[in-house]
Design a protein around this ligand. Structure first.
Ligand SMILES: [Zn+2]
Length: 473
């Protein structure tokens, strides 16, 4: 039992109720009370939350967790370089233990950042041994996860037809288990023969949702959406990742079939899937959740997702208005909305909304306490949504509960073997580095910089003569 005392409680319930000086009581796995001056039951651990913000655990609907072993390696990559490295050249060198290592580190990172539910968009599952390793890692960490099964080394119609895939699903998943869910993860290329049809049929037979990278510049486009729609595979549980380069017709098909889009703003901005699409999704009334995609560039931190999503959406709005010689006086996208996307957006997308996504009596206790007594950024808390979206960061996550269990307290993960994760990741790096060879390893991290020329400038503001390379006085 836990009783959080005296916080600003951002409930994210349907009315978006915000309470001040309020308490939240957790009994077992469940939120048992929210209000002021709650009585602490005997034996309850009381956590002082004064000055802090209590919010629902955040939900990341698309993260390639196996890639976390390569944290930061691809900071200067484009999407093309990512595809070449993982899909064509080196993704197949990942062994089951490497998938385990990446997943373990990614899962720990998620709960540390207050991300209590993460979809592991696991497209490195070359064998079911890899898949078992992925699940073993997720189950070693006290977070809530959804394994989205994929394999970039085969067509989805191939891996989904394998008897060992069916066996794996039967062995490792229990329908209705809200700690470990299951999805199928594959992309639709737009091939008119629609070979992905067989994989969609497997998903339908298993009763699981599909998550798919859609509207990715140069990779997936409107043809894929149209094929899915024509074959009636667009369902309310379908998650469209990025959806950044789709036309209005595709957005209308998504909106009309009840699907949602997982927006990875940091990824779309840097890698080049397309302009982060929330400005278009809002126009079509398409539900949004947020995601961090891959730690080969970014960390699994949804504060960052909220911040960049607000920035990208508003940036687009200003840019389009300026092109019409207009000024935006009132911005459309609000901090409150992105906090909703980081919480309820995820729970709705994953069909988990009855259980998580908000702080309400009867829901599972996935709770984040933002509080940092030594930070000059954590007061005053005047606008709680603005504070969560623009001021707070992962270092301000003081405590995290998942399913009623304390997993972070006083800014430190609880009962977690970070050293084991470090060793596992080091072994993976040794393996990859020696397999690739030192030259390829270094080259992979340092892609060529395209030639750039500084624009000719007709003005001079010094008497610097570039020709003689000397300063004149
Ligand atoms: Zn992705």
């Amino acid at each position: 039992m836990f009783l959080f005392r005296n916080a600003t409680v951002v409930t994210m319930d349907d009315a978006h109720t915000v309470l001040t000086g309020a308490d939240v009581l957790v009994i077992g796995e469940t939120i048992a009370g929210i209000g002021t001056g709650l009585t602490a039951p005997e034996g309850a651990t009381v956590i002082d939350a004064s000055g802090g913000i209590l919010m629902p655990g955040m939900i990341d609907t698309h993260r390639h967790m196996w890639q976390t072993a390569m944290r930061g390696y691809g900071a200067d990559w484009s999407l093309t370089q990512y595809f070449v490295w993982y899909y064509l050249e080196h993704g197949k060198t990942f062994r089951p233990e490497d998938v385990y290592a990446g997943n373990l580190l990614a899962a720990l990172e998620a709960i540390d950042a207050g991300v209590t539910t993460t979809v592991d968009w696991s497209h490195g599952l070359q064998t079911t041994q890899h898949a078992d390793a992925a699940v073993d890692a997720l189950q070693a960490v006290p977070g809530r996860f959804v394994l989205a099964y994929g394999n970039i080394q085969q067509g989805p119609w191939e891996w989904s037809a394998a008897p060992e895939f069916r066996d794996f699903v039967a062995r490792r998943f229990t329908p209705g288990d809200d700690m470990l869910g299951f999805q199928m993860a594959f992309d639709v290329t737009g091939d008119p023969a629609f070979p992905e049809k067989a994989a969609f049929e497997v998903a339908r037979e298993l009763g699981v949702s599909v998550t798919t990278h859609a509207g990715v510049w140069g990779a997936t486009n409107d043809d894929g959406i149209r094929l899915m729609h024509e074959h009636k595979f667009m369902t309310p549980g379908t998650v469209y990742v990025h959806a950044a380069t789709l036309n209005d017709d595709s957005y209308q098909r998504i909106a009309a079939t009840g699907g949602s889009v997982s927006v990875s703003t940091e990824s779309e901005q840097s890698a080049g899937q397309g302009y982060p699409p929330t400005w278009a999704l809002r126009r079509h009334g398409i539900p949004v959740s947020l995601s961090m995609d891959t730690s080969v560039w970014w960390s699994g931190d949804l504060f960052s997702a909220m911040r960049t999503t607000l920035g990208a959406d508003r940036s687009r709005e200003h840019l389009e208005a300026h092109a019409r010689s207009e000024t935006v006086t009132n911005v459309h996208l609000r901090a409150e909305q992105v906090v909703d996307w980081a919480t309820r957006g995820g729970s709705r997308a994953l069909g988990l909304d009855a259980k998580v996504g908000s702080l309400e009596v009867g829901k599972k206790a996935d709770i984040v306490l933002l509080r940092n007594e030594s930070s000059p950024v954590m007061f005053p808390v005047l606008n709680p949504y603005g504070h969560v979206a623009f001021q707070a960061q992962r270092g301000d996550v003081e405590a995290v509960l998942v399913n009623g269990r304390i997993v972070k307290r006083d800014h430190k993960l609880v009962d977690v073997d970070l050293a084991a994760a470090r060793t596992a990741v080091e072994n993976t790096i040794d393996h990859l580095r020696s397999t690739m060879g030192e030259q390829a390893w270094v080259k992979g991290m340092n892609p060529d910089v395209p030639e750039a020329k500084v624009t000719d400038n007709p003005y001079t503001y010094t008497e610097y003569d570039a020709g003689s390379a000397e300063w004149k006085h």
